[in-house]
Write a protein that binds this ligand. Structure first.
Ligand SMILES: NC(=O)c1ccc[n+]([C@@H]2O[C@H](COP(=O)([O-])OP(=O)(O)OC[C@H]3O[C@@H](n4cnc5c(N)ncnc54)[C@H](O)[C@@H]3O)[C@@H](O)[C@H]2O)c1
Ligand SMILES: N[C@H](CO)Cc1c[nH]c[nH+]1
Ligand SMILES: [Zn+2]
Length: 879
């Protein structure tokens, strides 16, 4: 094959940079390039920059063929010309879009090129060897009828015309183009070639021209002729033909000029399209963006964001988003998960809009435009080799999707290949060296604001959005009871075979078949938890004589009916059943109801049934989320109503607990907000790095919304590094490494200079779990002001508290350790006070009571005392 020499033909060895391409080639929007050995990299670079903007056709010669052709198509080449002998075997390649491969017979000396609109081809016949060779090329092109341009030499024009006529091919004789005479002016030559195929349906021969922006939005309608197109190509601007003023360089007087991006045609060549980047106010003389009014939708949003980026009002929300990449990332994650949860058309539209807003803000902050994004989409749409599109680890897990990676045993490699770099400024996955590592701050080098920001909990869904999901569920349970409860379980747990939502005690032995080891572990843990909580019992009622004859007492009573929520989303947690059930039993609660989401087959994990049996539960509600909370709060046909609901859970569970506890008709209370797990480890030079890392990971593995914090006291670079190395090494060996990665993404190491500073930071953070791996943990415990539960010294991993030591693991998170206690015996008990006065006692205190009643103008209060005192007086002071 000969090399091409049509209007946009280039030899790639001369161009690795698109900005250096001949302007006419760029504007004409179709590139034809030749590749030979040694410059294939240039082809890839060209394709990367041009796909979506240009149709790029490549003639391939002397390169390692099959794989290169596949890779070039994959990179977005519109089509590739190969010789028939080179091409053998392409048809056998699965998924290859062979319509994008054009076979040319060997030895044909025709120049073949992509035509401007990429849907047809141009043949520039020069030095054509034989009519047969040309016929053969035409035949190969099949239905894609080329326009044929004939030059002066080679095959005679009359032969070519005859040939084209036989094949009913449109033809533009060389004489029409006067190629020789105008060859000196590239722009005129290209303009002439462009317009040669145009068909004007106007008596004045002008071509109707649609002007569009980079995204294809119509800006307005104008007219062109050969002169205006040539001038446009020359100047790189939008230039048209005004029927009143002749040559019209748009923007010369208004300043609203246009940068020319490309020129192309409509399907039947009677309308030109100029794609431009509009400058200034807009296209219309009325100073609107288009002659059809202003932008809307994504284009409008992009313009707004771009202008905010240039000059956002200080303190505005958008300015905050631009300057706080962490917050922006958190919003994107939040909106993405809300979109996943949306089901109705309205909700999906609203959530998709939110996600697009934040995604475009991130793009704009990075200087990425909608056009860049659309180019990327176009490039992906032409890909031959596709990533399988499986969901990645934590997301696959969250949505119950099986990933290819998880089943082929090659997860580490795949994950490593897909992980993104991470830095303090760009916390997104792994560190640059591929390590799972928390962001690190040396407090002495940062401002207190930076440290405060670093210790922010991962953002949660906004209250309104959660409430909008939870409130209807609660209402539905109230009105439709068990029927609604079952439906939600079918929906959320996929347990469609479940026909009854409650399992009543006594629980059948067949449902708690467990290995002896597991039974022993549960029994040991149960016993320790029971012991520790039994020790919290008050020995006898409190009694105080505040004045002679005035005795005040306080005695406790168990809350009669308690509902215990045992989470079952990302992991089933029978240990939570123990933590909630054993103290309830010790307290003497009469009715213990346990709720936990069933498995997809409708069954409960046997461990949960066994725990329910051990703690003497009355029933197990096979449901999770807000619906389980509502069922226990109000009661249904089968679910017993309770007086207090306890237990941790995700945002739906926590929100539902808040709603029902605020509804006086439910008459139910709750324990506390207990959300995603967290741990703060304070480590000094005596700490074992492997132990520290293991504690951090034990909470990170709970879920992507967990957070872990390491405070390194006076550690040098090597010592901090040792913890980080251990963390990476141990994390990589965990089956839940993807969840860990998500949690580590918003976790931090703070390097501080003293225990005092570490404790101050910890108290401000108020962690759910605080681990003190330091030389004198007992002394430091005295400094603890806010924490759910504290673990002292190197031999006390937090997981002993999660399961078996005896302390409770149901603890306040998200900083609520500042005002809430974790679950303890007191959580199941209410205190009642009593007062007992003798006659003398009433005489002693009565004056104060009556005076205060007068102050409050509550006469009946006063009288309740005075009437008795008068009576006593009448009785001569004797009762
Ligand atoms: N702080 C503590 O003491 C403590 C102890 C144990 C566990 N935890 C935490 O508890 C949490 C448990 O959460 P989980 O998700 O694993 O289990 P979960 O049981 O709390 O939540 C699962 C339920 O949420 C509901 N749900 C899920 N998606 C929903 C949607 N889109 N709309 C409405 N409802 C929906 C479903 O009903 C599902 O059964 C974790 O974050 C864990 O770290 C905390
Ligand atoms: N660490 C969790 C409380 O934040 C409890 C738990 C249950 N199982 C394992 N851990
Ligand atoms: Zn845990």
């Amino acid at each position: 094959m000969a090399t091409g020499s049509f209007l946009t033909a280039i030899d790639l060895k001369d161009y690795s940079d698109i900005s250096q391409l001949p302007k006419t080639a760029v504007y004409a929007g179709g590139l034809y390039a030749t590749i030979s050995a040694g410059n294939i990299d240039n082809a890839f670079r060209l394709l990367k920059d041009t796909v979506g903007r240009h149709q790029v056709s490549l003639e391939v010669s002397n390169v390692q063929l099959q794989q290169d052709v596949i890779d070039l198509l994959d990179a977005g080449a519109a089509r590739i010309f190969v010789s028939s002998t080179q091409a053998s075997g392409f048809s056998q390649i699965p998924n290859l879009d062979t319509t994008r491969i054009v076979y040319c017979p060997d030895g044909a000396s025709a120049d073949v090129t992509a035509d401007l609109d990429g849907t047809s081809f141009g043949l520039y016949l020069q030095n054509v060897g034989s009519a047969e060779a040309v016929g053969s090329i035409l035949h190969e092109m099949g239905k894609k009828r080329p326009t044929v341009y004939v030059s002066k030499s080679g095959m005679s024009e009359s032969d070519a015309v005859e040939l084209c006529r036989q094949d009913a091919i449109p033809i533009i004789p060389a004489t029409r183009l006067s190629l020789d005479s105008i060859a000196s002016s590239e722009e005129i030559r290209v303009a002439a070639l462009l317009l040669a195929r145009a068909k004007s349906d106007r008596p004045d021969g002008l071509l109707t021209t649609l002007v569009a922006d980079e995204r294809g939005t119509a800006l307005g309608l104008v007219y062109s002729n050969e002169e205006s197109v040539a001038e446009s190509l020359r100047s790189g601007r939008g230039v048209y033909h005004s029927r009143k003023r002749g040559l019209w360089r748009k923007g010369d007087t208004s300043g609203d000029w246009q940068e020319l991006l490309r020129i192309d045609f409509d399907c039947d060549n009677d309308c030109l399209r100029f794609v431009v980047r509009q400058q200034g106010h807009g296209f219309c003389h009325l100073q609107t963006a288009t002659c059809f009014g202003d932008y809307h939708g994504l284009s409008k949003l992009q313009k707004t964001l771009q202008s905010r980026k240039r000059s956002a009002p200080e303190g505005s929300y958008t300015a905050r988003l631009f300057s706080d990449p962490k917050m922006l990332n958190a919003k994107i994650m939040e909106e993405a998960s809300e979109l996943c949860e949306a089901t109705s058309k309205d909700d999906i539209a609203a959530e998709a809009a939110d996600l697009l807003y934040f995604a475009l803000t991130k793009a704009t902050a990075a200087g990425v435009t909608l056009e860049d994004i659309e180019r990327n989409l176009d490039a992906k749409s032409v890909k031959v080799k596709r990533r399988k599109g499986d969901a990645k680890g934590p997301y696959a897990e969250k949505f119950g999707v099986t990933t290819g990676a998880a089943t082929n045993g090659n997860t580490a490699t795949i994950r490593e290949a897909e992980s993104k770099p991470k830095s303090k400024d760009d916390p997104a996955g792994l560190d640059k060296d591929g390590k799972i590592r928390m962001r690190r701050y040396v407090t002495a080098k940062e401002t207190p604001e930076t440290i405060r920001a670093a210790l922010q909990r991962p953002s949660q869904k906004s209250t309104e959005k959660i409430m909008a999901i939870v409130n209807p569920i609660i209402k539905d349970i109230q009105t439709r009871g068990d029927k609604a409860l079952l439906e939600y379980t079918h929906k959320f747990e996929k347990a469609t075979s479940l026909t009854t939502p409650v399992l009543k005690a006594p629980f059948p032995a067949s449902l708690m078949q467990l290995p002896q080891e597991t039974i022993d572990a549960i029994d040991i843990s149960y016993e320790n938890i029971r012991k520790f909580h039994a020790a919290q019992k008050e020995e006898k009622p409190l009694e105080v004589e505040t004045m002679p004859g005035v005795v005040c007492s306080r005695f406790s009573r168990p809350i009669e009916r308690v509902g215990l929520y045992v989470p079952g989303g990302t992991a089933v947690l029978p240990s939570t059943g123990l933590m909630l059930g054993a103290p309830a039993q010790v307290a003497g609660c009469k009715k213990i109801v346990i709720a936990s989401p069933p498995r997809a087959d409708g069954s409960l994990t046997p461990e949960i049934v066994y725990v329910a049996h051990k703690v003497g539960a009355e029933s197990i509600v096979l449901a999770g989320g807000a619906q389980a909370i509502a069922a226990m709060a109000y009661g249904t046909e089968q679910v017993s109503k309770v007086d207090k609901i306890l237990g941790p859970g995700n945002q739906f569970v926590t929100a539902a607990k808040m709603v029902v506890s605020n509804d006086t008709t439910a008459n139910v209370s709750i324990d506390m907000p207990a959300g995603p797990s967290e741990v703060l480890v304070i480590a000094d030079k005596t700490a074992n790095p492997a132990f520290v890392a293991s504690d951090l990971l034990s909470q990170a593995e709970h879920g992507v919304d967990s957070q872990v914090v390491c405070i390194a006291v006076d550690l040098d670079e090597n010592e901090v590094q040792a913890i980080e190395d251990e963390l990476h090494k141990q994390a990589m060996a965990l089956p839940r490494v993807d969840l860990v990665r998500g949690a580590i993404d918003h976790s931090v190491t703070l390097v501080v200079s003293s225990i005092k500073e570490a404790m101050e930071l910890s108290n401000a953070y108020a962690p759910e779990h605080l681990i003190l791996q330091i030389a004198d943990p007992l002394a430091a415990r005295d400094m603890v002001q806010n924490a759910g539960s504290v673990f002292l010294g190197q031999w006390t991993p937090e997981s002993v508290g999660d399961y078996s030591a005896g302390v409770n693991h149901s603890l306040p998170t998200y900083g609520y350790a500042k005002q809430y206690s974790g679950v303890n015996l007191g959580s199941y008990i209410k205190h009642i006070t009593s007062a007992n006065l003798t006659a003398q006692g009433l005489k002693n205190v009565g004056g104060a009571v009556m005076r205060l009643a007068e102050v409050e103008e509550l006469d009946a209060h006063k009288r309740a005392v005075s009437i008795r005192l008068s009576y006593l007086e009448q009785q001569g002071g004797k009762a």
